[in-house]
Write a protein that binds this ligand. Structure first.
Ligand code: ARG
Length: 564
């Protein structure tokens, strides 16, 4: 992102043989701001102009000193540098006015105009519990999706459902033998999981069950009515359940085309591979040999004709390119699948597809209190984690603010927000050990801390009714307020960094910095009981902080309560 002050400076300066961009790139930020906020070193011009850098700096200064205008307030020549001083108050004033005018649209951009980004995230498995292992893909993907949209891209959110595999044949058999529709509707995925477990214990005694399951799986593939109906039922039940969680996390998708969707779309891809001579036979199976690239072969068709996860991903990439003509396609999937993505990207590359596909890996989440995971069996349900966090948030809120109305809704926002925020606070690739007490702390680098700061700004603004009268910007002419202003100005940067590195933690960390800076200001300066004009300026600052925190949290999928 371009720096406006530097741009302003570059516009002032004329040097033969250099354009504005060259000059812009030469302008640096001095390590000590006693030497100005920006500096142009003149050493490299000495040869061309046959003058000392010192003289050149003087000359440039003389040329422009009458032309400077805000935000630049002063220019000096010192030892071969032209130093520039910025009128911070002017910058602050302009920025606050800008944020107040734009509201939540502050930071919007048309950077991505005309570009489509496909994002494959969450991608849960049908008939399997939505467990904590899917938290990171869901919230990272969703945050990227929202940031891309804010920056003007056409983002397409794709839930590449795991809805294909022999397990669905097993489930149908189990359901037909032992299942009960009413119970299924009542107990949901948990019931499917129980049926699945039962199938496995029974099939140890009765091998015929496995054959039956295979037959039913084949029936699904062949489009048999009964089999498809049951399969669809399992799918609906699962989606009903996960959609409740998605709603709590503020997560949306544009497409739920999962693995099964590609059943009839793999053949052309396999043919193209065949034509290009990339497919080799290995013990009856069809593979793409990748030994040249130090990778195991990419298995695409098994000896019995069955296709694989990778075959479907290939077909999906083709389909997405054709349907969306994406600029980039991102796959937010755990690092355990590194090899899978490396292999399938390589296969596409060998096919001559120079598409921009990126695997966005992330680490593992485990719980500090192992109690819950053992009691429930191995998996920790995401829903249980959210419920527990909400309950704890409720207790904290009831203790801290017993008179608060809507405690329940507030606890939902705080509890769920705390879980999301902690998931997005570190670099993706780090493993996370999740502790309820830590993520729910109102102090420290947490969601509740940021939300609390939002509520604090809100209550300041409420107490003051509305911002009235002409502000006196002396109210923000102090170190603490200027620090807040400096951070507000950097909000757009945190968005660019987020999509450049695919790391929403640029936003979460930014929000903690902003909240901390605002709280320093809040403790150091009177606001509500300051003189009216100073108060107005300070409330404007609070309003902008509220706006930016609210918008930043929204991008992360977190709601901000007005009071807490
Ligand atoms: N369903 C898979 C899993 O839970 C993730 C799918 C990721 N997306 C993809 N296109 N491979 O592990």
């Amino acid at each position: 992102m371009l720096n406006n002050n530097k741009l302003e400076i570059a516009r002032l300066i004329r040097i033969e043989g250099m354009d504005q961009k060259d000059i812009y790139n030469l302008i640096s930020i001095p390590p000590d701001n006693k030497m100005g906020d920006y500096a142009l070193p003149c050493f490299q011009f000495a040869k061309v102009f046959r003058k000392s850098p010192k003289m050149i700096a003087e000359q440039i200064k003389d040329d422009i000193k009458d032309k400077i205008k805000p935000p630049i307030k002063k220019v000096e020549a010192v030892n071969g540098y032209v130093n520039f001083y910025v009128d911070k108050l002017f910058v602050g004033r302009t920025l606050l006015a800008n944020i107040i005018e734009k509201g939540g649209n502050f930071g919007d951009s048309d950077l991505g105009k005309g570009k489509t980004i496909c994002i494959d995230y969450s991608s849960i498995n049908i008939a399997k519990p939505f467990h904590i292992g899917h938290l990171l893909t869901t919230v990272i993907g969703s945050a990227l999706y929202k940031v891309y949209k804010k920056l003007g891209y056409n983002a397409v959110g794709i839930n590449h459902l795991g809805d294909w595999g022999t397990q669905f044949g097993k489930l149908i058999v189990a359901f037909k033998r032992w299942g009960d529709r009413d119970l299924l509707e009542k107990k949901g995925v948990k019931y499917l999981n129980d049926l699945y477990v039962k199938f496995h214990s029974e099939s140890e005694k009765d091998k015929a069950l496995d054959d039956e399951a295979r037959r039913y799986f084949k029936k699904i593939e062949d489009g048999d009515k009964e089999a498809l109906e049951l399969f669809q039922l399992f799918k609906d039940i699962t989606l009903q359940e996960v959609n409740k969680v998605y709603e709590r996390l503020n997560v949306r998708f544009d497409s739920y085309n999962g693995e099964a969707f590609y059943n009839d779309k793999m053949q052309p891809v396999l043919e193209e591979l065949e034509e290009k001579g990339l497919l080799t036979e290995s013990e009856g199976a069809k593979v793409v040999d990748l030994s040249e690239y130090d990778m195991p072969p990419c298995l695409l068709v098994k000896a019995d004709g069955a296709t694989l996860y990778a075959t479907r991903d290939l077909a999906a990439a083709f389909y997405r390119k054709k349907t969306y003509d994406f600029h980039k396609c991102l796959y937010v999937v755990a690092y355990q699948q590194n090899l899978h993505f490396k292999q399938f990207f390589k296969v596409l590359e060998l096919m001559g597809k120079d598409w921009e596909l990126y695997h966005i890996p992330f680490g593992m989440v485990s719980l500090e209190d192992g109690v819950m995971s053992t009691r429930k069996g191995k998996v920790v349900l995401l829903e249980d984690v959210l419920n527990k966090a909400v309950k704890k948030a409720y207790d904290i809120i009831a203790r801290k603010n017993p008179n608060l109305k809507n405690k329940k809704e507030t606890a939902e926002k705080v509890g769920v927000g705390a879980v999301i925020f902690s998931a997005l606070y570190n670099n993706r690739i780090k493993d996370i050990v999740f502790s309820y007490d830590k993520v729910l702390s109102f102090e420290g680098e947490t969601g509740p801390y940021v939300q609390y700061t939002y509520a604090r700004c809100n209550s300041l603004l409420e107490k003051a009714d509305s911002i009235m009268g002409e502000p006196d910007y002396e109210g923000i002419n102090n170190k603490e307020a200027m620090e807040v202003v400096g951070l507000l100005e950097k909000f757009p940067e945190s968005l660019f960094e987020t999509i450049e590195k695919y790391e929403p933690c640029y936003i979460s960390r930014y929000l903690v910095d902003l909240a901390k800076a605002f709280n320093r200001f809040y403790y150091r300066h009177r606001i509500i009981d300051a003189e009216p004009e100073l108060k107005t300026a300070r409330l404007m600052l609070a309003k902008c902080v509220k706006t930016v925190i609210g918008e930043g949290l929204r991008l992360l999928g977190i709601s901000a309560p007005a009071k807490m």
